[in-house]
Write a protein that binds this ligand. Sequence first.
Ligand code: PLP
Length: 381
Amino acid sequence: MKALYFDYNATTPVLPEVREAMLPCLENNYGNPSSPHGFGLKAKLTVSEARNRVAALLGAAPEQIVFTSCATEANNGLLRGLFPEKGAHLVTTAIEHPSILAPAAALEARGVEVTRVRPNRNGVVDAQTVLDACRPDTRLVSVMLANNETGAIQPVGEIARLAGAEGYLVHTDASQAVGKIPVDVETLGVDFLTLAGHKLYAPKGVGTLYARSRRTLPPLLLGGGQEGGLRGGTENVPHIAGLGAACELVRNGLEREISRQRGLGEIFDRELDRLARGVGLDVLVLSRDAGRLPNTRFVGFKGLDLARMLEELALADVAVSAGAACHGGETSISHVLEAMDAPADYAGCALRFSWGRPTTEQDVMDLMQRLGDACQTVRSD
Ligand code: PLP
């Protein structure tokens, strides 16, 4: 039985072209980019080529790209750097990834004021509400571009337009959006943007922080002056090379891949509907009426037991994510479901299905077959 991987929002496989780009850096191209000899220069060139490729995908200039170890480092570093002391105000949302929410809570504990804007029932925040939350002492507005659970796309361009016009700095965590939808920093008009390599077929352990102006970005790590002094530490050359190749790969034919993945979504919706009617199940697709990523569906299954569903799907070799966690028989729903006031009888068993470049129509059909079997088994427990 073929394993069915429907968890691309958790992480993606490293594609062959990416691996190919990395291999020389694990073999002969092992120099330190800071070294003043041939080995160093070769590694430096590799990093510089990758930087150009990341910049091209984002519509940025190469010098606006800072490589990090992951999206979490970029988000933490930006927040810590911009709020070094108590006071000042941060505006963010209640549906951010923990890599924003946790440092925001830590800043709050140190005396920074934090406003967390709530989304509507579709899981989307309102741009004007975000602007209304800003105050004269607001130092940063941070709103994710696409939510990792629902796939709901947030109005970041509009937020940047409104908040930028008032002089506020705007950051977007675009970890789930880059590579799935067109993301252009000029069109968005943001000051900072976070990217996670392993969500777009690069390896884990590499990310990027885009900064419109290097002057507004405090150093993420102090050290040997790498990344133009903004992120000390010897560059992870193999991973950076992989990220560059991945960016090049997703940039080519992005529109074609988006429409292919939308097509998979249509099959998913049609077959889910058929499954629900067939076995008399009540399902709710969360953020259904929002603009969503083409690869994501977050589905609540009314009255089904989440732990049993995950067990049955694991037995059927289906990989998905859950929108809730079970602790000793108690189920706690995710902060995203809670913030969007998702109906409790669906939120208790919400599963996230996310697909990617290697996913085929047959995979979606096979998923639905195994999902239907799992639903029936769990219902008859
Ligand atoms: N931001 C978002 C929206 C994410 O979905 C994730 C990962 O799930 C991250 C940040 C953190 O990425 P990483 O674990 O690579 O640091």
